[in-house]
Every structure is written in structure tokens, then in C-alpha cells.
Design a protein around this ligand. Structure first.
Ligand code: ATP
Ligand code: MG
Length: 656
């Protein structure tokens, strides 16, 4: 790349360019969704590297998910600045811990613990507490919160008044349990996820040599999605900086969606106070979405009633730069299956009119909702993926496939041509079928990965003038693996709203928009409802052109498990001039509303949807299998989702 470094600044608007060409910190980019924050910092790094101001190996860019980190690395490579480290906080910390462990502490590094709940069960037993699984999960979430808030058991107790203690324990009881958990963990030579950050921070704090070496290594720090940084992550960042100011942070307070894990937007909002010399750049032009989509996002934020405990940032009104597009659709369907079927049909229509499947996403509030969409898409013969293409080459099935291809290349002749049929043949030896399996879940995901390899072979074959060999194909795979350049997995993305942050698609379906799911049932306080609203905002702003907001009037056919459509849709319907949907009484109700019928049989109905519980369903928790889990279970699911992102990056098994 011999072109002038300034070339990297082309394709940025004036404010973005101002941010990207401010190569010394502190710098804060404060802007709404889709305004090009990530683009601006990526170009800033590339510009700094190409102008010779940054040594690429001395830049550390921290992003929120493994997927975002992979995306940034590939964009930087494309801009002529390879070699920059773009990682999550956890991945960065783990590397440092592994590197410095021998010289600071020595001996065996603790192993990552994958069952907090199991260890907590032991701790409870030690204290002779009677618990159940649901409470243990609640405790696990509380331990995690305490640790990312950098509170020891005593520290927790000191702050106790401000927070409800978890189910069944008073604050003192929980602090004792937390201490017992820590003791057992240490005895066993284990560390949990938060320990990775805590140990790294401790090492940097207590050992000058470590701090000096890390600070020597990294000179420039960039943090994306800074509104969701936890106190523990902030502490680590401060230690990395060691009083230096070479820091650029980027965030949008209206997109804070991880405060349940201890994230606090205050760090973003108080940046100017902490760094009085900081440059602050604001971006308001939205390059991602059409005016129609942007309008709904603005209306949603503005609809929040003032007041309440959360400092609600004055939302930056976004101004769309794009041409007008289709009007967003808000629809209500008879039941969950009907909603999913409608979505599958719409996806097929979009695909027919030229939208690639990889540019379509179906987003939902809880992972438990994915099943209905998986089934509907599979039934319609539409490919989908439950996760992104990040760490593609680390997936077990991809490794297995490459090993099989390698074996086959050993027996083939050096110059034997490759037609994709051969790849398909080799992969069929490890279970690949021509047709997508009708089953869903892991089996289907495995198939999608293998199908991506076959279509890569097809694509390379058509792109090349001359035929190529199996060895060349393997070399290509190796190169792509090193560059983290995954083949496009052609399929609709199914993802939770939390995991969609920072990403974008041509067409986005926000599904299951009913009370209890959006906002989620456990969000009761103003603080929690505000976070739900922000999460919905994140969802809307993922759409570039087509936006579909849907809900179902009942969970089951026949009107069982009636549900109300989400309160957040009210101002959006108004904006679009739509009537509120009629809340119909389902046929076959025998004159009784479903709720009244449910009340009559209170002893045996699901507490979530009112469906009668039959033998074999989860009577113990009074919930049928379809219903969103209880508060503690839900919270737990979010934590799990949050961890999964990191777990992928670290190549450790998903936790909990
Ligand atoms: P989010 O808050 O969702 O993370 P963001 O502010 O980080 O959004 P980006 O993802 O950087 O926004 O940009 C959104 C989209 O707009 C991307 O497709 C990006 O390429 C495009 N974009 C940003 N700035 C420009 C520009 N100046 N000209 C053209 N396209 C742009
Ligand atoms: Mg971004």
C-alpha cells in the first residue's frame, strides 16, 4: 500500500475525518447508532499506521464481542493496516495473564472454571444452606455482578443497602456464600471468568515489571462500545494506560444494554470531566438506515417519559443520509407459529427480489424464542445461522473437514484438478448431505459450516480462469484461516438483540414484540424498563432498509396463552398512522376469556401464558416449556449469552 495515507480519510464526512485525523488522545466520539463511529475509529487506526505515527503492534483496539473484533481486524487489513490487535477485554487480559504468569506467580495457572453454579452448590453445602437450582443461578449472577463491580465479599457487605440481596439470603448470608465460593475455587486451583480480569489487574498493580512491559508494548488504546464498559474493565484500561492519555473511546449512551452485568454509561458521560483536555466529536448523520427507519428510532427514544432514577441521555436526533425507503411494517399474528411462518414467507420474498440471505436477520429478546423461527425457515427451505462467521476456522466441524480434505489430498495426484463435487464427496465422509437437514440446532449449524466450504470451492472454481487442485484449495483455506477471512455463510442470521449490537443488515425482523418479552417480564422498575427501551432501539437501528416489527396475539393456536402487544409499539404505530390491533377473544373459549378460564384453574395453569399444565410439563415452576423462564433464569441466560461471545474468542467451552 504505497498510496498516500490521506487516502484512508476519503469516504469519511467532515466530523468523522476530524476524529480520524486526531491521532493523539484523549478523544471521545459520542454519537448515535449508525453514524459511523466504528468506521471512524477503524479509519483513524489505519490512518495512524499508514502515516507512520502508530506502530501497528503498539495499538490495542478493544471491542465488545469476538465478532466485532474479527470484523475490525479484517477491515483494518483491508485498509492497509494489518497486525493491529483488535480483541475483547477478556481475550486481551487472558493473553497477558498467560504470558506473565510464569514470571510473576509461577507454577500452574488456574484453570478456567466452567460451572459456577456447581461450585456455589458446594459452597452452600459447606454453609449448610438449603438451596435449589434457580436460587443458585441467582447467586451466580450476583457473584458475577459483585466481581465486575470489583467488590470483595466485605466490599459487597459495605455496599449492601443499595441493592436487593438475592433470593432467600440476606446480605450477610450472601457475602458468606460468596466468600466460601472464592475459598473453594482457590483450593481447587480454578479461576472464573471475572478472575481473568481481576488477576490481570492485580498483576499490573502489584508488579512494576509487568506494568512497565505492558505499557511499553501498548501505546495507543481504542475502545468501541464504551457505554457498556464495567468498572472492572475500566480499571484494567486505567492500568494499561498508567496515567497516559493515548485513549480514544467511542460510544452511544442510548445503546447501554448490558447494565445487568455491571456496565455503567457513566464512564462515557464523564469522560470530559476525567480528561479535561479531551477532544469530543459528535456525529449525527446516520449512514446506515433509511429516513423511515431512523424516524422510528427517534420516536422510540423520545417517547420515554421524563423522570426516574436513570440519567436518560438527551438522545441525539439522528439525521438519515439515505434515500427514502420502504415504510416499516408492524404486524400482529394469531400465534407464534403463524408469526414465524409469516417471517419465513417474507424472507423468501426478499430473497426473490434480490436481497442476499446474509443481509437478513431475525432478532428476538431471549434465545428460547429461536426455535419457532428455525423451524419455519427450515420448513421453507431457507438457510439460516444461529451465530456469525466469527472463529469460523476454529469450529470443530471445520477443523474436521480440513483434516479430511488434507488426507484426501495425500492420496490424490499432485496435479489432479479439483470440480467442487470432489470436496462434497470428501465432506460426505464426515456426514455432509446434499440436502440441508430438516432438523434444527447443532446438527443444522454443522451442516451450514460444511456447506460454506463447498460453496467456497464452487466460488473459487468459477472465479479462476484455470482449474485448481486440492492442494491449492487447502492453501487458500490456510491463508484465509490466518487472516480470519471466513467464507460468507450464506444464510439468514438468527440472533438475540443483545448479540446484535454494532451489526447491520439490509432487512431486519424484530419478532415477538409483546409484553413479557419486550419489555421482558422481569423488567419492572423504571431503570429496567429504560434498558429494555434502549435494547429495542438497538434492534431498530440494525436495519438498513427493510424493518419488520411483529408480534403474536397468543402463544398457541386457538388463542391459548393470550398476549398483549408491546407498549413500545404504541408510539410507533401512531407515527405510522396504524390502528392498535384488536385484542380478539379466541374462538373456542366458550364465552370465557382465556384469562378468566385460566383463573378458574389456577392450580394447574402455566404462570406465564395460562396454558393448562399437563403431567410431564414443568409443574414445579408452574411454567410450561414454551414460556419464558423466570426472572433469575432469564438473567442467567443473558449472562450466558454475554459469556458465549468471549468464550468463542478464547476457544474455551461455553460456560454455565
Ligand atoms: P453502531 O452504533 O450501531 O455501532 P456505528 O456508529 O458504529 O453504529 P458504523 O457501523 O461505523 O456505525 O457505520 C454504519 C454504516 O454506515 C456502515 O455501513 C458504514 O460503512 C456506513 N458509513 C459510515 N460513515 C459513512 C460515510 N461517511 N459514508 C458512507 N458510509 C458510511
Ligand atoms: Mg459501531
Amino acid at each position: 500500500n504505497d498510496a498516500a495515507p490521506e487516502q484512508v480519510l476519503e469516504g469519511l464526512d467532515e466530523e468523522q475525518r476530524a476524529a480520524a485525523s486526531t491521532l493523539t488522545g484523549p478523544l471521545c466520539i459520542l454519537a448515535g447508532a449508525g453514524t459511523g463511529k466504528t468506521r471512524a475509529i477503524t479509519h483513524r487506526i489505519a490512518y495512524g499506521v499508514r502515516a507512520g505515527v502508530y506502530d501497528p503492534h503498539r495499538v490495542l483496539a478493544v471491542t465488545f464481542t469476538a465478532r466485532a473484533a474479527a470484523e475490525m481486524r479484517s477491515r483494518l487489513a483491508g485498509l492497509g493496516a494489518p497486525g493491529v490487535q483488535a480483541r475483547t477485554f477478556h481475550a486481551s487480559a487472558l493473553r497477558q495473564l498467560q504470558y506473565f504468569w510464569p514470571m510473576t506467580i509461577g507454577g500452574q495457572m488456574p484453570q478456567l472454571l466452567d460451572h459456577k453454579v456447581r461450585l456455589l452448590a458446594e459452597a452452600a453445602k459447606r454453609l449448610r444452606l438449603t438451596t435449589d437450582r434457580a436460587s443458585l443461578r441467582d447467586y451466580a449472577a450476583e457473584v458475577e455482578w459483585a466481581k465486575v463491580s470489583t467488590l470483595t465479599p466485605e466490599g459487597y457487605l459495605a455496599q449492601a443497602e443499595e441493592r436487593d440481596s438475592p433470593a432467600g439470603l440476606d446480605h450477610r448470608g450472601f457475602a458468606r456464600l460468596y466468600q466460601a465460593y472464592e475459598d473453594i475455587k482457590e483450593d481447587r486451583g480454578l479461576m472464573d471468568f471475572e478472575d481473568v480480569l481481576l488477576f490481570t489487574a492485580g498483576m499490573l498493580e502489584s508488579d512494576e515489571r509487568v506494568a512497565a512491559q505492558v505499557r511499553q508494548q501498548y501505546r495507543h488504546f481504542v475502545v468501541d462500545e464504551y457505554q457498556d464498559v464495567s468498572p472492572l474493565q475500566q480499571r484494567l484500561l486505567d492500568l494499561w494506560l498508567g496515567g497516559r492519555q493515548e485513549l480514544c473511546v467511542v460510544g452511544d449512551a442510548a445503546q447501554t444494554i448490558y447494565s445487568f452485568t455491571g456496565a455503567v454509561p457513566d464512564y462515557l458521560l464523564s469522560f470530559r470531566r476525567r480528561y479535561p483536555e479531551a477532544e469530543v466529536v459528535k456525529l449525527i448523520r446516520d449512514y446506515r438506515s433509511t429516513p423511515e427507519v431512523v424516524k422510528l428510532a427517534n420516536v422510540l427514544l423520545a417517547d420515554r417519559r421524563p423522570g426516574g432514577p436513570t440519567p436518560w441521555p438527551t438522545p441525539l436526533q439522528l439525521i438519515s443520509q439515505r434515500e427514502r425507503g420502504p415504510v416499516p411494517e408492524i404486524t400482529q399474528h394469531a400465534d407464534d407459529d403463524a408469526e414465524a411462518a409469516w417471517i419465513a414467507q417474507k424472507v423468501a420474498e426478499l430473497a426473490d427480489s434480490g436481497t442476499p440471505l446474509s443481509e437478513i436477520a431475525v432478532l428476538y429478546r431471549t434465545n428460547g424464542q429461536s426455535q419457532a423461527f428455525e423451524q419455519a425457515l427450515a420448513a421453507a427451505g431457507i438457510s439460516y445461522q444461529l451465530r456469525g462467521s466469527e472463529r469460523f476456522f476454529s469450529r470443530p466441524e471445520v477443523r474436521e473437514a480440513i483434516a479430511a480434505l488434507r488426507t484426501s489430498s495425500l492420496v490424490a495426484e499432485e496435479s489432479a484438478e479439483l470440480v467442487p463435487e470432489q470436496v462434497r464427496g470428501v465432506l460426505s465422509s464426515i456426514g455432509f448431505t446434499r440436502q440441508a437437514p430438516t432438523s434444527t440446532g447443532a446438527v443444522r449449524e454443522r451442516w451450514e459450516s460444511l456447506a460454506a466450504l463447498v460453496s467456497l470451492a464452487e466460488q473459487l472454481n468459477t472465479e479462476r480462469e484455470s482449474a485448481f487442485t486440492m492442494r491449492e484449495f487447502l492453501a487458500e483455506l490456510e491463508e484465509r484461516s490466518a487472516a480470519q477471512h471466513a467464507p460468507t455463510v450464506e444464510g439468514v442470521t438468527l440472533a438475540s438483540l443483545h448479540s446484535a449490537k454494532g451489526l447491520e443488515w439490509e432487512a431486519v425482523f424484530l419478532a415477538g414484540l409483546c409484553e413479557g418479552l419486550m419489555p421482558i417480564s422481569f423488567a419492572q422498575s423504571q431503570r429496567e424498563l429504560d434498558e429494555e427501551r434502549r435494547l429495542f432501539y438497538v434492534g431498530i437501528t440494525r436495519a438498513k432498509t427493510h424493518l419488520f416489527l411483529s408480534s403474536a396475539a397468543a402463544r398457541h393456536p386457538g388463542g391459548r396463552g393470550r398476549r398483549k402487544s408491546s407498549r413500545f409499539l404504541i408510539p410507533l404505530r401512531k407515527e405510522l398512522g396504524l390502528q392498535a390491533p384488536a385484542q380478539k377473544i379466541a374462538p373456542g373459549g366458550g364465552g370465557l376469556s382465556v384469562n378468566a378460564a385460566a383463573r378458574k384453574r389456577r392450580a394447574a395453569v402455566c404462570a406465564g401464558c395460562g396454558t393448562p399444565l399437563t403431567v410431564g410439563t414443568q409443574i414445579k415452576r408452574r411454567r410450561c416449556e414454551d414460556c419464558p423462564p423466570r426472572y433469575d433464569e432469564q438473567l442467567f441466560e443473558h449472562l450466558r449469552e454475554w459469556r458465549r461471545g468471549y468464550a468463542k474468542e478464547l476457544e474455551i467451552p461455553a460456560f454455565m
